[in-house]
Structures are given as structure tokens and as C-alpha cells.
Ligand binder design. Structure first.
Ligand code: ZN
Ligand code: FE
Length: 256
């Protein structure tokens, strides 16, 4: 079966914009066009035909290029119904469990509040691809600007249920600093140490650390491991419930 062809565009200081094309139909989406210029240039260089914009959340470094890309290509804009007032140019509004298609490739929509109240993620099961914006990062998660620890923990557990071979396409290249923090709370984790070394090598070579695989994140990302008793114990939080452990990991990261 054909899979999405995904291209990674680094823009601004540390954002990733993604182009995803269905090889069967030639339909192509851009996920979170922070800026229009590099997106239009890349589509032109590749000879791809942009048919839609998929938006994970309303922050400017994700939707900043919406209107210009829409105007230049005539593509339609897909965003969360609950956040439709904050997604420029939105044409198609989606909720939890809805399906979004790029040609013959279908994604399931997850509502993942926490970073923002209307944040959503797109999971293309047959391409093993998850576009999760600023909810899940490699070795980290988004800051809680509009949500509670409980909401974010629930959102992350939803994503954690996806298969291990899911490729995680997140909104930012934060992996190196996330690794430093993760090691500060989970220094005995051998898989984390290996991933941290790999991240340093990738960045020294000027390469993205994305996509990470979800299986690797489950083993190494402290924000996905708040219900792991070993991690709670290591943080001096023996016996506390996962939401409290999650909240404490997030608090320490905010002050790291
Ligand atoms: Zn954001
Ligand atoms: Fe962002």
C-alpha cells in the first residue's frame, strides 16, 4: 500500500513544517505552515500540488502562513472546530474521531488539549505518521499555556496508545535541550542515554532528530512515563498518582 511521502522543512529558529503527499493521487498537504515563503518555494521545487493546510493549533509559529498559502494555491484549510475562531482561513472544522484525507491517505483526528485548549493531532495509520504539533515533542511535551496537567497527561496517553512504529512529526526541534532535561530526572535510563547521544550526533551533522518513533519515545520521554513507578521513585515522588508526577515533571522542565 502506498504511504505518504513526507518532507521536513525547518523554518524560523526551530519550527518544523511538513509537506505530505499521497503518491496515488498527487494530493498534498502542508502541516502547520508557520511561514508561507519557504512552503510555496518547496512545493514549487518539488512540483507538488498543494490541496490543503492541516492546522494543529492556533499559535502564530504554526498558522502564520495560512492565508498567504491559501491565497497562492487555492487549497483549503482544516482545523479544530473548537478553535475555528483562531485558525485563519479555516474551511473544514474537525472534532475528535473525524477523518481527514490527503487523496487516498486517511488520518484520524485526536483532540489533544493542554498546550492550547483546541489543539489537535492527525494520525495517518497506514503511513505510520503522527503530526502532533506542540503536544508531544521528542523527549518532551508542549508547555501548558491553556490547559491543566491532567488534560495534557490525558492527551499524551491517547497518543501513547498508537503503535510503536508510529513516526512522530512534531512542531519543533527541541530534542537536544529536552534530552538534557530528561537525563536530569531519569539519569538511570539506558535507552534515554543512547537516544541523547544519537541526538547530539544528528545535530552536529546538521540533521533533524525528527521523526522519532513512538516506541522510542515510550521508553525515553519522561512526559510519557509519569505512570512508571521507577521514574516517580527516582524523582522522590514515591506513591504519587501519575497526574501529580506529570505536573512535577512539567514544573521542573519549566524551571530547567
Ligand atoms: Zn504552540
Ligand atoms: Fe510552536
Amino acid at each position: 500500500m502506498a504511504s505518504l511521502d513526507v518532507r521536513v522543512l525547518p523554518v524560523l529558529s526551530d519550527n518544523y513544517v511538513y509537506l505530505a503527499r499521497d503518491p496515488e493521487t498527487g494530493e498534498c498537504a502542508v502541516i502547520d505552515p508557520a511561514v508561507a515563503g519557504p512552503v510555496l518555494q518547496a512545493v514549487d521545487d518539488l512540483g507538488w500540488r498543494l490541496t490543503q493546510i492541516l492546522c494543529t493549533h492556533h499559535h502564530m509559529d504554526h498558522i502564520g502562513g495560512n492565508l498567504e498559502v491559501k491565497q497562492a494555491t487555492g487549497c483549503r484549510v482544516v482545523g479544530a472546530r473548537s478553535d475555528s475562531g483562531r485558525i485563519p482561513g479555516v474551511d473544514e472544522m474537525v472534532d475528535e474521531g473525524d477523518t481527514v484525507a490527503i487523496g487516498n491517505r486517511e488520518a484520524k483526528v485526536f483532540e489533544t488539549p493542554g498546550h492550547t485548549s483546541g489543539h489537535i493531532a492527525f494520525w495517518f495509520a497506514d503511513s505510520n505518521a503522527l503530526f502532533c504539533g506542540d503536544t508531544l515533542f521528542s523527549l518532551g511535551c508542549g508547555r501548558l499555556f491553556e490547559g491543566t496537567p491532567e488534560q495534557m497527561w490525558t492527551s499524551l496517553r491517547k497518543l501513547r496508545e498508537l503503535p510503536d512504529d508510529t513516526k512522530v512529526y512534531c512542531g519543533h526541534e527541541y530534542t537536544n535541550s529536552n534530552a538534557d532535561f530528561a537525563l536530569s530526572v531519569d539519569s538511570g535510563n539506558a535507552a534515554l542515554k543512547r537516544r541523547a547521544d544519537e541526538v547530539v550526533s544528528l545535530r552536529e551533522a546538521g540533521r533533524p532528530t525528527i521523526p522519532a518513533t513512538l516506541g522510542e519515545e515510550k521508553a525515553t520521554n519522561p512526559f510519557l512515563r509519569a505512570d512508571d513507578a521507577g521514574l516517580g521513585d527516582a524523582m522522590g515522588l514515591d506513591g504519587q498518582d501519575p497526574v501529580a508526577v506529570f505536573a512535577e515533571i512539567r514544573r521542573r522542565k519549566d524551571n530547567f
